[in-house]
Ligand binder design. Structure first.
Ligand code: HMH
Length: 221
């Protein structure tokens, strides 16, 4: 039997979409220094709105882990994620004031509303822990892979954007994403075919939402 972790297989199978989500022109523009600062500011304002909706989603994953998980350590990993999100919300407020982005008057764009609505669906009690933790891993991993690329050898990320890239591109965040991936793989191995199929469909939907989310940075939507 194939002992390769399911998530690894999926990322290979859906490589084009995964690359689309993690090597988007907005990210490539940060990496080569050609990004337009107004695009960065648009992304910042929209992502703050997304992160606020992501908090209750992660809380729902924590609740499901506590109720359904076969390994108590899962709750600790998710709690670490919630703690990081707490820092992230403060960071957004601080970063927005640096760039003169008024967070309270940012209007969520359609792509953002669509993604937040998808998160709400995943919060439903009918969505089991395996699906929820797999979605959580995928959402975090897209940001990890995208921003780590902006810090790699050969990148020309402008100094004023490096801190943003460090937020999601740092090794600690990478470790955390690996922990989420291990949990997801462990759960998927034991899950029914139906749950595995649903988790794969969710992954595809996440990758599509992420591409649309980056697209918003272009403006003129
Ligand atoms: C759109 N996806 C989006 N925003 C984020 N902050 C993350 C993923 C990861 O936290």
């Amino acid at each position: 039997t194939d002992r390769t972790a399911i998530t690894v297989t999926w990322l290979k199978k859906h490589r084009l979409l995964y690359v689309g989500a993690t090597r988007h022109p907005f990210i490539l523009g940060i990496r080569d220094g050609s990004v337009d600062i107004s695009s960065f500011k648009r992304w910042l304002g929209q992502d703050y709105i997304f992160v606020r909706a992501f908090v209750p989603f992660v809380a729902s994953v924590l609740l499901k882990a506590w109720k359904e998980s076969d390994d108590k350590a899962d709750v600790d990993v998710i709690l670490g994620g919630i703690s990081a999100l707490n820092d992230e919300v403060s960071w957004f407020k601080n970063e927005a004031s640096k760039w003169a982005v008024a967070l309270d008057s940012v209007v969520p764009q359609q792509a953002n509303l669509n993604y937040c609505r998808f998160l709400e669906r995943l919060m439903s009690p009918e969505v089991d822990y395996t699906q929820a933790i797999t979605a959580f891993w995928a959402i975090e991993t897209v940001y990890r892979e995208s921003f780590a690329h902006c810090l790699e050898e050969g990148s020309r990320t402008p100094q004023e954007l490096k801190e943003t890239c460090q937020r999601w591109g740092n090794d600690g965040f990478g470790q955390y994403c690996s922990s989420l991936q291990s949990i997801a793989n462990r759960r998927l191995e034991k899950a029914s075919d139906e749950v595995v199929a649903k988790a794969e469909v969710n992954l595809l939907e996440i990758l599509e939402h992420e591409v649309e989310f980056w697209n918003m940075s272009r403006g003129a939507a």
